[in-house]
Design a protein around this ligand. Sequence first.
Ligand SMILES: C[S@@+](CC[C@H](N)C(=O)[O-])C[C@H]1O[C@@H](n2cnc3c(N)ncnc32)[C@H](O)[C@@H]1O
Length: 265
Amino acid sequence: MTIDIRAEMAKYYDLWPPPFDDVPFYKQHIASPDAAVLELGCGTGRVLVPIAGSCGYIHGVDISEAMLSICKQRLAKAGVPSDKARVELNDIVGFNLNHKYGKFDLIIAPYRVFQNLETDDQVDGFFRSVRKHLTVDGSCILNVFKPLKSPDEFAKVWSSDKENFCWEKVIEGQRVVCYEKRPQMDRQKLVIYPETIYRIYEGGELKHEVVFKFAMRCYYADQFEKLIVDHGFTIVNCWGGYADEAYGQGNELVIQFTLGEKKAS
Ligand SMILES: C[S@@+](CC[C@H](N)C(=O)[O-])C[C@H]1O[C@@H](n2cnc3c(N)ncnc32)[C@H](O)[C@@H]1O
């Protein structure tokens, strides 16, 4: 059994939304109201729930039971029926879904999910699964962040012993203070190992601390394109963010690709 590294942090995840609004973008890329959509690493349903009404069916996959449990509560609260949306606990590396649609018209992995795949084997397995689950006319959209510094600079400045304050919020009478740390980086493989620390205070007293450690493999714009092409896919669109920034210009790298057997519209 895989340990759920997000078991304790899941309830704080939505307190720190991404620095962009990608929901309208993903909605826009649903080709028809009947489309079947697969979200890889759907987490708490930040994207899955608001786009569920714009497609025929959406299926979410995530490796964290804690994140999925919040997603399920959100789906129920939004009144989305189970024939419109379902989520399952699975690894996006090497999954094999057996649902009535068989294949999906759109596969997405919003908010840098792909970067959680640390090794080449995981990346290969992920792309094999995408290939298996994509329709001939369908497309997949992946996103990573764009490193702002050259590889040398990045490796030089990323790691630090410092703890940085990120935000403070009051939730249900408790003060949650979030910090991040950047203790370690694999310079060869360009994998960073950030830590997010949540400290929960009650009346000025520290009650609980949650430390979330994870891996993010980083890609430069040309590497990200090459990786997708080298896995046999055809790139049909790319953007530098969700507000129409040109690829390589904004803070994000977003690529839409197809199986290449037929052109996406
Ligand atoms: C940054 S969150 C993004 C969640 C959601 N897509 C969003 O946009 O808010 C990354 C998610 O990917 C999931 N994840 C990471 N590696 C995974 C894997 N190998 N298989 C399935 N899910 C994975 C995590 O559990 C987490 O919920």
